[in-house]
Write a protein that binds this ligand. Sequence first.
Ligand SMILES: [Zn+2]
Length: 270
Amino acid sequence: MTAAPIVVVLTAISAIASAGLAVAAHMMGAAMPLRSWILAGIAIDLVLLVATFERRAPLWGWIVSRGYARTPAVALTFDDGPAEPYTSQILDVLRAFDARATFFVLGARAVAQPATLRRAAAEGHEIGNHTWDHRALPLQGPRSIRATIRRTSDAIEQATGIRPRLFRAPFGWRNPWVSRAARMEGCEAIAWTVGVYDTDRPGVRAIVERSIAGLRDGAILLLHDGRSLDPNPDASQVVAALPDILREIQRRRLRLLTMSELLAEERVPA
Ligand SMILES: [Zn+2]
């Protein structure tokens, strides 16, 4: 799935909107040169593109992209799993460091690896919803978006006994219905502060350095134990990088929290 069809649709909507405004203005006797309406169309297009593709843009609804802890704290999130053997290897490393993380899982993977998911939940990690199959949401309607969230929450609850309360949109791309659909399914929409771009497999060193560079107070780091529905996502570099990242978090005396713990901190009055 690429962004191209979404860009085409948003650009068409912008062109239609500015043409509609031009016709309405003309009927009301307001004359503006064609150039102004073309500029208006481009401006509308830019706003729609930012609202859709910029994960932190609030135009399509409120979204959490960092926490505000009273004392320095960060959250590690792993998306697109569970995907073996990587998820189990990540769980092994986290257990060795007595660390908790948050996994935004795909429903289609959850039904294939329920034991891994059960282990993650049993070991104190938080499980969030990342849609059924990682299909991009911006061209989907509210019913379809709610359906993929609900079906995934059902699969997670089936495996772990716990219904997720967090939702992350694939690629962070949204439309006006995504945050609302998540809320109606009992989930808060979560983005991230620091993308590590580990699915490009930039090398263990780069993953460690990018992660460490992002360790600011309240930061939510985005890493991956899978890669969409790729049957062999190869997250071995993340597995190898994780001990160094966790050691640096310990060295800086940052508290490592699950997403819900980080969000709860935000609501504690200072
Ligand atoms: Zn993802």
